[in-house]
Design a protein around this ligand. Structure first.
Ligand SMILES: [Zn+2]
Length: 59
């Protein structure tokens, strides 16, 4: 398991969450902020090099 990071839109907290790099190249996850309980939808892209890119889907 790898770890991804995103920033909470509401409070700015950095949230770490697990990523399974052997699953899809294109993943979506709902991450919950520990500080303010906001739910953040993240889009995870795994490059062929193994690099992980995390984007926050803004509503
Ligand atoms: Zn938050």
């Amino acid at each position: 398991m790898d770890e991804g990071y995103c920033t909470c839109d509401s409070c700015g907290e950095v949230i770490a969450f697990p990523i399974d790099p052997t699953a899809d190249r294109d993943q979506r996850q709902i991450v919950e902020c520990d500080s303010c309980d906001a739910r953040i939808e993240v889009h995870i892209q795994i490059e062929e090099s193994g690099d992980i890119e995390v984007k926050v889907n803004r509503r």
